[in-house]
Design a protein around this ligand. Structure first.
Ligand SMILES: *Cc1c(COP(=O)(O)O)cnc(C)c1O
Length: 377
């Protein structure tokens, strides 16, 4: 592939010396889990996100699960409570709600933003609804002001899955907690698995920390039935070395996305919008839509023949997965035998993402634009 969808080696290459120094320092320190690098990265990343506390965990799925579980342990949610989540998210969002003992209720996305549609929240609510888990899909912030307003009226807790939106900052209002993944392909990626929960709620952060450490904060004294999900020192050291560059990477992604939006003029392709405040999008992926599945297949082949890598996020929505063949869980929420979320399903059939990472050269971007404009079906 001449222009791969994402080349992680190339992403990390400019920082090779800093990464090697970080690894050496950790190896020589003799302390490998939740030590001083973890503590520093928690502080710096939480501050970067505008939150008071950060708790490093093993991965993004655990960050999601543990922030919800902590809310249950603190009595703010109860097992079986319903949590609204977008129907077109990555399955991890939905799995986390299940894993915490809560019931995910799917809400259709807005076609213009790919994010949960605030206008559809009311219809999805039942007497058991207690929270909303918003996802900033593809790197674009969900409509948080509308979500917060709705949540306030109904007394719901708001959580965020920010696994695709490092650096897209929410202003004004904050959520109970925000979960991040540092999976290597994310905008801020480790060299392995890593995740974090950021929150302003010290108590919640403390319980997340305990839950990720066997439910314990004092050795061999276990307050909760926890799990083992901790942030490795070596990953924290890598992430500390990479964090100062995140804003410049995101700026480059915005530059590339803006070129696609203004220069791709193929009537077969529907391009994503740029938010009124461009800072609300960090373009984790650049996703466009075709009129139907067959056109998407043809486009994918066409781009492949030009040496351009593409990926589909995501080809099968969570509710269509075998994992959820019997419904999304909970006695109180029995899905109809054949659940229908037509917007999410149509997205799964027609979305396709093209390269947008910061390592692309202007010439490569020009080449991708040319290939998109020359596509016929
Ligand atoms: C990557 C991702 C996750 C899961 O993160 P992991 O670190 O892979 O567990 C959760 N939600 C979304 C939206 C993601 O993109």
């Amino acid at each position: 592939m001449k222009i791969p969808f994402l080349d992680l080696k190339q992403v990390n290459a400019p920082y090779m010396d800093a990464l090697k120094d970080a690894a050496t320092a950790v190896v020589e320190s003799g302390w490998y889990i939740r030590g001083s690098y973890c503590e520093r990265f928690e502080k710096e990343f939480a501050a970067y996100c505008g939150y008071a506390h950060g708790v490093g965990v093993g991965n993004g799925l655990d960050a999601l699960t543990l922030m919800l579980r902590a809310s249950i342990e603190l009595g703010r949610l109860e097992p079986g409570d319903e949590i609204l989540v977008p129907a077109n998210t990555y399955i991890a969002t939905v799995l986390a709600v299940n894993a915490a003992g809560l019931v995910p209720v799917l809400v259709e996305p807005d076609e213009k933003t790919f994010n949960i549609d605030p206008a559809r929240l009311a219809d999805a609510c039942s007497v058991k609804t207690r929270g909303i888990l918003a996802v900033h899909l593809y790197g674009r912030l969900a409509d948080m002001p509308a979500i917060w307003k709705f949540a306030e009226e109904r007394g719901l807790l708001v959580f965020e899955d920010a696994a695709q939106s490092h650096g897209a900052k929410n202003v004004a209002v904050k959520s109970v907690a925000v979960a991040y993944s540092f999976y290597p392909t994310k905008n801020l990626g480790a060299l392995g698995d890593a995740g974090m929960v950021v929150t302003d709620d010290e108590e919640l952060g403390r319980v997340v920390r305990m839950l990720g450490n066997y439910g314990s904060e004092q050795k061999y004294v276990n307050k909760y039935r926890g799990v083992n999900s901790r942030l490795d020192e070596i990953q924290a050291a890598f992430l500390l070395a990479k964090l100062p560059h995140l804003d410049s990477w995101n700026a480059r992604r915005r530059e590339i996305a803006a070129r696609y939006v203004s220069e791709v003029k193929n009537p077969l392709l529907r391009l994503p919008g740029i938010p009124a405040n461009p800072e609300e999008h960090v373009w984790h992926v650049f996703t466009l839509r075709t009129p139907d599945r067959k056109t998407r297949e043809a486009l994918q082949k066409h781009l492949e023949s030009r040496g351009i890598g593409t990926l589909i996020f995501y080809p099968i929505p969570p509710h269509r997965q075998d994992a959820y063949a019997t419904g999304l869980g909970g006695e109180s929420f029995l899905l109809p035998a054949n659940p229908k979320f037509p917007i999410a399903e149509s997205m799964a059939e027609t979305v396709i993402s093209v390269p947008v990472s910061q390592v692309l050269t202007d010439a490569q971007v020009t080449e991708i634009i040319g290939a998109l404009n020359e596509f016929v079906c």
